[in-house]
Design a protein around this ligand. Structure first.
Ligand SMILES: [Zn+2]
Length: 279
C-alpha cells in the first residue's frame, strides 16, 4: 500500500535524520540526544488516552510520540494525492503582523454574537484555562451513544488543551515542518480552539491509524459525524475548501460545540463559523 511505503520511506528518512543528529551530537552528552526525542508519556497524557498509546507503541518500536506518528501520516497523505487547499492569501486567515490583541495582553476571551471565538484573528488570553466544557462533554456523550446505536464507536481523542500544552505541541511542529507549514494545521498557543474546552477531535475506536489524519474522512464514522453532529450541538469546524476562510486545512475529525440550535443553524446555512458570524 502506498501509504505504508511512504511511511517506510518517511521512517527511513527519520532514521537518517536521527543518524545525522547522533553524528553531530557525538561529542555532546547523551542528555542532548534524549532532549531531541520527546517523551511519549508526556505527549500521550496531554493529547491522547492511554489505550491509544498502548496500541500505537506496539506498532512502533521507535521512541516517537503518538501525535508525531499521526501527523506524519497526515502529511504523507497530503504530499501525494489528497486535495490540498492553497495556503491562505487572505489577510483575515493568517496571523496579523501587528495584532491588536495577543494572548499575553488579552484579559478576557472574545465573544461574537454570544459565541466564544478562537481563531487566528481572535486569540484567547494565555491564562484562560476553563478545562473541558461539561455541557459539550454531555452533548458528546449523547452523540457517542447515538453513534453506537447506528453501529459506530466514537472516541474523543483530544478535547481541552491548555495554553502550555499547545505551546509544546506547536513548537514541535515548527521544528519538524517549519512555521509556515505548521501554521496550516496547528494553532499557535493562545489561538487554539482546543483551549476553549469546546473543540473535540473525534475518531473511531480501534482505528487509531485514521485519527487526526486525512484518511478519517473516508471512514463511515466520519460520514456519520458530518451528517449528524449538528443534531447534538457540534459543527465540523474546518471544512474542505475553506482554508481561505477558517485559516486551517480540512480537518474531518475536529468538531466545535455550539449547542444544538446554533449548530443546526450553521449546518443548514452551509457556512463556516466565521462566515456565519460575519467575522
Ligand atoms: Zn482539533
Amino acid at each position: 500500500m502506498r501509504l505504508e511505503n511512504n511511511q517506510k520511506k518517511k521512517r527511513t528518512k527519520w532514521w537518517i535524520a536521527l543518524g545525522a543528529t547522533v553524528t553531530i551530537l557525538a561529542g555532546a552528552s547523551l542528555g542532548a540526544l534524549s532532549a531531541y526525542n520527546w517523551s511519549p508519556e508526556e505527549t500521550i497524557e496531554g493529547l491522547f488516552g492511554t489505550s491509544a498509546t498502548t496500541s500505537i507503541s506496539q506498532n512502533n518500536h521507535e521512541e516517537r510520540s503518538i501525535d508525531e506518528d499521526i501527523k506524519e501520516i497526515t502529511r504523507t497523505d497530503k504530499d501525494d494525492d489528497a486535495p490540498i487547499d492553497e495556503p491562505a492569501e487572505d489577510g483575515d486567515t493568517v496571523y496579523p503582523d501587528e495584532p491588536e490583541r495577543t494572548p499575553e495582553t488579552l484579559e478576557e476571551p472574545i465573544y461574537v454574537k454570544d459565541v466564544l471565538i478562537a481563531n487566528k484573528q481572535y486569540p484567547l488570553p494565555s491564562g484562560y484555562a476553563p478545562g473541558e466544557n461539561p455541557e459539550a462533554r454531555a452533548a458528546y456523550n449523547e452523540m457517542q451513544a447515538a453513534a453506537l446505536e447506528a453501529g459506530y464507536s466514537l472516541v474523543a481523542f483530544s478535547t481541552y488543551r491548555s495554553y502550555d500544552y499547545q505551546t509544546d505541541l506547536y513548537n514541535r511542529y515548527v521544528e519538524q515542518h517549519g512555521q509556515e507549514e505548521a501554521d496550516r494545521f496547528s494553532a499557535r498557543p493562545g489561538y487554539s480552539e482546543h483551549q476553549t474546552g469546546l473543540g473535540f477531535d473525534i475518531g473511531a475506536e480501534g482505528q487509531e491509524e485514521h485519527w487526526a489524519s486525512d484518511s478519517f474522512k473516508d471512514t463511515e464514522e466520519a460520514k456519520w459525524l458530518a451528517e449528524n453532529a449538528h443534531q447534538y450541538g457540534f459543527i465540523l469546524r474546518y471544512p474542505a475548501g475553506k482554508e481561505h476562510i477558517t485559516g486551517y486545512q480540512y480537518e474531518s475529525w475536529h468538531f466545535r460545540y455550539l449547542g444544538k440550535d446554533l449548530a443546526t443553524k450553521v449546518y443548514n446555512s452551509g457556512l463556516t463559523l466565521e462566515e456565519y458570524l460575519g467575522i
